[in-house]
Design a protein around this ligand. Sequence first.
Ligand code: FEO
Length: 397
Amino acid sequence: MRPVEIRPDIFWVGVNDRSTELFEGLWPIHDIGVSYNSYLIRDEKTALVDLSKETFTEDFIEQVAELVDLNKIDYIIINHMEPDHTGVLQRIRKLVPNAVFVGMGKAIEMMKDFYGVTENVKVVKHEEMLSLGKFTLKFLFTPLLHWPETMMTYVGEEKLIFTCDGFGGFGSLNSSIFDDDYEDLSLYEGEMLRYYTNIVAAFNRNVVLALDKVAPYPIEVIAPSHGIIWRKNPQRPIELYKKWIAYGNGEADPGVTVLYGSMYRNTERAMDQVLEEFAKANVPVEVFNVSGVHPSYMLPSLWSKRGLIVACPTYERAMFPSMVHALDIAEIKKVKNKVAAYFGSYAWSGGAKAVFDGYAERLEWDAVGGLEFVGQSKENDIAQIRELVRAVAQKSS
Ligand code: FEO
């Protein structure tokens, strides 16, 4: 895509990434892509806001060069040092040696550690301002959204805020960069939640603080560094964030996430009874096979729904490894305060339930119980599984 003017003299100069399989080497984006949004402000002084991933160096430089002679860039605002936004930094330094990099706190150390850049660097503090001429930038310190150095940049004259990872989402920008050009935003909002749970959720408390810092400023445009720009309804991403923050603090939607894995279908065969009980209780359910689905896709459900069923066999006196992987990711992302139960088959020795109990304790789940059964589930096992499911359903509706 070519540069797009988002306000007079303020341009999107981002790139779409449709070739990376795993964002951060972890999160699948092969089918949806992602955008790295950067912005150029043309004024008496010219500023670039955020950069791009190294793979896209040539595309990025081409975008910027279409609008301005690179030598005319005075400031490069580094809202966040993660290399999806700074991978082109060394190349830009060579092309524009006199431009001043502007960042907060640890960004300065990181510029040195990541790219060996120590000169022409300006350290700014929370609410410090930088005049470009007709526009004045104001920097807001929003640490851990998503790294410790992260800040946002507010342009008061346009009531516009560059939020970097904040309010960002997966999904390349297919036909437009603006919210008002899409009739249905469910795809981008869904990918925004996946991004939130995959990338940001572990720092939920810091997101609350970041929203508090942004709250006093009137906002007409939210311009993140991934995903769409919100100008028709800039309150929408803020409302979504407030809802998702609340999930991290114990609020939850009615419903249950069912994670299951099975080696020879002994655990899987009990699944029909599980789903039947939830249907009877009228509790919405999302089901994921941990052997085939990446945890990235489970996290939005885990984050937002009240209940959790963990169904998998014991594997060599411990838990089925694919389930351990899913639950490890849930633990890293602080999926707390669930009503949960475990069941699963074993061949000669149990062990998975003890592993489940460990997750439940560390993540402060209300564990209503668990059942290990040998081989195929018998009538008595099924009755106990139904009992567990009813207990989870009752607390998840
Ligand atoms: Fe988009 Fe935390 O980088």
